[in-house]
Design a binder for this molecule. Sequence first.
Ligand code: M6R
Length: 607
Amino acid sequence: MCGIVGIVSDRPVSARLVEGLIRLEYRGYDSAGIAVVNGQGIVRRRAPGKIVNLQSELNSAPIDGTCGIAHTRWATHGRPNKENAHPHQFGSVAIVHNGIIENFKPLREELAKCGHVFATQTDSEVIAHLIQYHLDKGLSEEAAFLAAVERLEGAYAVAALVGDSNQTLFAARHGSPLVVGFGDGEMFIGSDAFALAPFTKRVLYLEEGDSAVVKINDVCVRDKAGALVTREVMTANISAVMADKGNYRHFMEKEIHEQPEALARTLAAYVDSDTNLPMLGDAAPFLKSADRLVAIACGTAFLSASVAKYWFEALCGLHVETDIASEFRYRTPALPDHGAALFISQSGETADTLAAMRYCKRAGMDTIGVLNAPESSIARETSAVLRTLAGPEIGVASTKAFTAQLAVLAMCALGTAHIRGRLSEDEVKAHISALNALPKLVQQALQTKDQCEAIAPTLARAKQIFFIGRGVYYPLALEGALKLKEVTYLPAEGYAAGELKHGPIALIEEGTPVVVIAPTDVLMEKTISNVEEMAARGANVIAITDAAGAEHFTDRTENIIILPDMTGLTGPIVTAIPLQLLAYYTALTLGTNMDQPRNLAKSVTVE
Ligand code: M6R
């Protein structure tokens, strides 16, 4: 989603504004721009498409100054063209905005009646007009900025240049994160600390409703009531080195291959080295006493929750409801009196998941975040945090974050089963020992990459592709389809294998690829019956199974991807690997930008 960088310094800032934007590319965007105060006033450069287009604009018509703001835009209102790119300027004001201004239409109408003419179709432009309107009424720069922010409804992180020569950044947040960075003789604003990492790690996180006036040597923060407040300055827990691709061609490829290490790191953090039992920290008392669990997330994280439902119900006898955050928050859900709510999110900033978490908190539920970003909004607001130690995930497609979520949720289900007396110590230890084999199993699963690469052209030519599975492999089928469609733009659907004959089988034609996820388990034979039904109608069956399962598929299957033997809870984690590889190599065959697929954002901070 949109990214914001601001710098006020005693040195020129343009190049570093662009550097900050490059670090925000991973969030997903479709245009970019910068504005600086240069002695003659505010000047800006903007371009549709990638930052490289903005760099060309800047090369042919350079601008610089010692105070500036920059933005990557993920279009919501108005097409992703140059006119709609941020910064938006009106009079002596330029702004960048992340979020959605819900009342922008009445505000525009009101300002149009006062003679304001709008240059874009965006919701954001109205912010610049509002600030200028208040400047024209004689308010000071800060007062004009605050008066404008006061009128905004919806979600926003805003940074502004106000006044033709002012060496000051104005910022405000409500619903979208914003950090202030402390440099040596210069100050920064960023939509996350990662963007500022090359410049400083000393940051202050603005809280909901905060506004800030940032000058070259200090920052003045007000809370939503307008009172001056002190917010803690902390050292951001991130690498200053931009996660780079190393020897890989793409972040997605690199992150797929990082999974053995990410899983080893994550699992180790949850096992007590003395007792060899799961450690659930602050989440343990909530999980022990809950009479029901609600697991809420979006996208791939929702599919982690869906796998966890099978585990918690089978191992803990605990009723689990899973919900897509955007549905949950608006359907007046009946919440349990003594329930705990799990919020699963890589970024910890997904707007719908954050809103659902706040809803549960207001309802008095215990809230637990399963999160990859330890300084995110959800991390800061939930009662307990279970971290996934996947490391920064830059590719838009969730790969290592997904399997790390599954690893944490597996540990969580085992720990809960233990503290609730459903599994003995020995049973839990046997499960943990199976999970500890994951780094090795995943490494073996990565060796299917050549086979996945060889299958990719078949998928790339297909009109549509199906993924099917039963039990814990049903959410994996959904994940396989989601991964493929987001990076290749091919129509792909996941189904519960037993559900096909109730409708979707009508879509099977001669040669339609059907990826069947069926390692050996109690349901495998049933899935194989469904494969027969597909094969009889001409489907091109691609099986993902293990050596024993492969025996059952031989006659009817074009391709069999054989994974190592998987015991305990390891199956869904290991089977994720060939699904990711199929998506990656199909995208590679088609030449799509799998790290930044069209229309997608890494962190979805608007609803
Ligand atoms: O940051 P989150 O885990 O909350 O993000 C949730 C989804 O937006 C995310 O998983 C999305 O579906 C991925 N692009 C899938 O690969």
